[in-house]
Write a protein that binds this ligand. Structure first.
Ligand SMILES: Cc1cc2nc3c(=O)[nH]c(=O)nc-3n(C[C@H](O)[C@H](O)[C@H](O)COP(=O)(O)OP(=O)(O)OC[C@H]3O[C@@H](n4cnc5c(N)ncnc54)[C@H](O)[C@@H]3O)c2cc1C
Length: 449
């Protein structure tokens, strides 16, 4: 049995942030991690000779963002790429109509206007929605009131459905009407040409992280917490649980005594969505140089609809597309070859034979990953915004929860994980902790090595 001040479960962004802050404050901390790496859902594949971000890619808005401040302090290079939140316009995009024909700049502009005007009406419908209304209900009401013709309605409807799938990993009919309330983007979005997982890796340097330590139970009593893994038992005055909501929902960790309903209720009510990535690297470019994104509207985009040009990362022609919600769950049951063939079919409907066989591909299956059991949390019908923060606890003053699902102001993001790790550290210590100073300390330690 090993005794520390705080046991942290999970070495993703929330876990390493919390561990970093507590360690820097002088605590004895151990981080128990089921995988053989830090970063969790921030995962950069570097074996091809360039980084491929298989988990998170974007900071969704850098204005007034402490996460962006951390990136600046750590002097991590970024690329502006402001399409990561399923925008209709705002940056150059190549649009195709429902039959797969490229549409004119004027038709694109009209479609972007249609989305903006229905979105405006949608906000009003959400504001006047009743408990039990889904995002599909409010969307249909806004579309009905739009006065657009049937074809234009179909194109906007498809866009809203895909937006929910990408932002929440969920089917539009399963999301609460308020499920995208927190989806505001302040400022540019950026991606990471050296790979996003550099951040948790640098925060974790020097921490006591035990890999392949999957936690199976957490007991608590008046003396503190006892955390059990296949490789030993760890005790502490407090514990911070940062495993994904999907892992909590599956009951992979037994809590004794059972969690109070203040915490178990949110675990049951909130949803865990599926959002997967497919990267295709081509022998040559067949799409325009100046488009951030290729998007097929209406029927042509029913399954595969948006391809993001991420060639700037590797210098090789590369498109990234997503499979989220029901499609994301379905594609996880297919082989890589089947997934790639299906995506190519959709791309060839737009670009014909110019689409050659890819020279490389990467396909994720986060919903099947036993240490994630999904991609990120969302407001399933029957849950409320308060459920996110209620999930953080603490329970009996000693058992804390952190991670993206516990941060109601911006769930499902790296920022949420970072801020929730900070909040848990402050709660464990019972005093404020300066995040800016913590980032500066990382740099100071790196220089001293
Ligand atoms: C494909 C994809 C794309 C995304 N894109 C973006 C994006 O562009 N921008 C953005 O902001 N966010 C994005 N996200 C969300 C973002 O990655 C997460 O919100 C964030 O990384 C979550 O961090 P976390 O610390 O809460 O959880 P995690 O990173 O999941 O960390 C939890 C850790 O707990 C470990 N664990 C699980 N079970 C156990 C156990 N029993 N015992 C011990 N350890 C355990 C896991 O292995 C993991 O390391 C994306 C996510 C996915 C999957």
């Amino acid at each position: 049995m090993q005794q520390v001040d705080t046991v942290i479960i999970g070495a993703g962004m929330a876990g390493v942030t919390c561990a970093r802050l507590l360690t820097d404050a002088g605590q004895r901390v151990v981080v128990l991690e089921a995988r053989d790496r830090v970063g969790g859902r921030m995962l950069t594949e570097r074996s091809p000779g360039f980084p491929v971000d298989l988990g998170a890619s974007w900071i969704h808005g850098i204005d007034d963002s402490p996460l962006w401040e951390l990136v600046q302090t750590l002097r991590i290079p970024t690329l502006e790429y402001t399409v990561g939140s399923f925008q209709a316009g705002g940056r150059p995009m190549m649009h195709f109509d429902g039959e797969g024909r490229p549409i004119s700049a004027a038709a694109s502009a009209r479609w972007i206007d249609d989305v903006a005007s229905v979105d405006h009406a949608l906000h009003a419908e959400i504001a006047r929605s009743s408990p039990g209304d889904t995002y599909l209900d409010v969307t249909e009401r806004a579309l009905d009131a739009s006065g657009l013709d049937a074809e234009r309605i179909d194109e906007v409807r498809e866009f809203f459905r895909h937006r929910v799938e990408e932002q929440c990993g969920a089917w539009i009919g399963d999301l609460d009407a308020h499920g995208l309330d927190e989806d505001a983007i302040d400022g540019d979005e950026v991606i990471f040409p050296r790979g996003y997982d550099e951040i948790p890796a640098r925060l974790a340097a020097g921490l006591d992280v035990r890999f392949a330590h999957e936690v199976s139970r957490v007991d608590r009593d008046a003396d503190g917490v006892t955390v059990t893994t296949a490789h030993g038992v760890f005790t502490g005055a407090s514990a911070v649980v940062t495993v994904p909501l999907g892992v909590l929902k599956a009951g992979d960790i037994a809590f004794t005594p059972p969690l109070p309903t203040d915490v178990s209720g949110p675990i049951e009510r909130l949803g865990m969505g599926v959002f997967n990535k497919i990267f295709l690297q081509f022998p040559e470019r067949f799409w325009p140089d100046d488009s951030y994104l290729i998007r097929a509207l209406g029927e042509a985009g029913e399954r595969w609809h948006s391809w993001y040009d991420v060639s700037a990362i590797s210098g090789l022609p590369t498109l990234l597309t997503f499979a989220a919600g029901p499609l994301g769950r379905h594609m996880q049951t297919l082989t890589d070859d089947e997934v790639v063939a299906d995506v190519l079919l959709a791309l060839r409907a737009l670009y014909g034979d110019a689409v050659r066989q890819p020279i490389a591909h990467w396909v994720t299956r986060w919903g099947l990953d036993p240490h994630a059991r999904g991609s990120y949390s969302h407001l399933a019908l029957g849950s409320s915004h308060d459920d996110h923060d209620a999930l953080a606890g603490p329970v009996d003053g000693i058992l804390h929860f952190a991670g993206e699902a516990t941060w109601g102001a911006e769930p499902a993001t790296v920022g949420a994980a970072y801020y929730s790790g900070h909040r848990a550290a402050e709660r464990v210590l019972g005093r404020p902790v300066d995040l800016t100073a913590a980032a500066a300390a990382v740099i100071a330690r790196e220089r001293a090595r």
